[in-house]
Design a protein around this ligand. Sequence first.
Ligand SMILES: Cc1ncc(COP(=O)(O)O)c(C=O)c1O
Ligand SMILES: N[C@@H](CCCC[NH3+])C(=O)O
Length: 418
Amino acid sequence: MSESNTGDGTTENSAVRRPADWEADRLRDLASEFGTPLYVVDPDRVRQNCERLLGAFPDATVDYAVKANTARTVLETVEDAGLGAECASAGEVRRALDAGFAPEEVRYTAVNPPAADLDAVVEWWREGADLTVTVGARTTLDALAERGYDGRLCVRVNPEVGAGHHAKVTTGDAPQFGVPFDDATDAASAASEVGEFVGLHAHVGSGVSGDDLSAHEVLVGRMAMLADELDESPEFVSVGGGFGVPYRREDPPLDLDAVADATRAAFDCDARLVVEPGRYVVADAGILLTEVTAVKETAETTVVGVDAGMTTLLRPALYDAYHEVRSLSASIDDRVPTSCLVAGPVCETADVLGEERVLPEPKRGDLLSVGTTGAYGYEMASTYNSRPRPAVVTLDGETVARRETLADLTRLEGGEQS
Ligand SMILES: Cc1ncc(COP(=O)(O)O)c(C=O)c1O
Ligand SMILES: N[C@@H](CCCC[NH3+])C(=O)O
């Protein structure tokens, strides 16, 4: 396991790896070998995060929310560490199975599932994959029954309480997720008529900070009460994920033991507890490298143009999310500290990775890092503006995903529909 050389003197499996803790020489070498924009992922750090979660929740099942980062090396590391997999689509189920997760440890959360997803998952189930399907609407039970599915079923419940780092990821009170709370008991009975009813599920939202655990606690209490009220206790109750991570230098790390204590205190029922964090597992195991391509003084600020943008890392444009930007080419002591607007190459005003960021006076060709990008970074990349998606490598220099080429951009055009 790699030692993390944290700026504040803590080492090894510390609760957070800050952008400054990545070895700058190594990142510079990777950028010169593979080019930019480049995502770097550190599987050792993924493993540390898994171990910390398992340590905090020794009596629970910890599922990894695969959507945060589906890289094969990440999935294999998480599986090897002993976590299960929470999947949001047939594609994620396929990736989880291919990476070695036992089907019994795969829980597929079907949100308004496309017919093709259900067709695929039911086919894999028929071939012997004894996974669990979590439904959030009675009509999804109907769709499964029509396909002859009578396997393991979990009912997702709308807990009527939400939280998250942004309104767009506050899930628990959004009507599209889960059966209405008042309908949960009947939906559980309906599930038993279709297949084997094994669990209840709810999720509060994503990026919940330690200061704001009250919604999570309410959710856990409500779900435990619901499980207790059923004629027969379900095998498990998943209370979702959402554990936040620090993005700003001054943010404290999440006190995972406090989260676990609060969860256990509110979880007064006989079922097995399941938690399903995504971000916590991978966020600080990833960093994005980008090159300065243009520098411009304006009346308002110094504009630093870089080769990564909203098509590389969507979170700032979509959620006004903050990611620390650092120079790997100069220190603040060597060049004049300069307040900068860091902007990408996409023709959208939203294509800004950071505003009012103080960098050593930027120069064309400088290498910058954009921190804490292991979760929902590459996963949300797109080819808008015909920008090929970036490459992804491990800290050891293994290719995780090759850089897309201009030829890749048109490879789906023409030909027959399958
Ligand atoms: C159902 C479900 N479970 C788990 C997660 C994981 O969330 P996070 O990455 O914030 O832990 C999500 C995403 O918000 C989700 O929708
Ligand atoms: N994509 C979100 C998290 C969403 C989770 C999906 N339920 C983010 O980057 O913060």
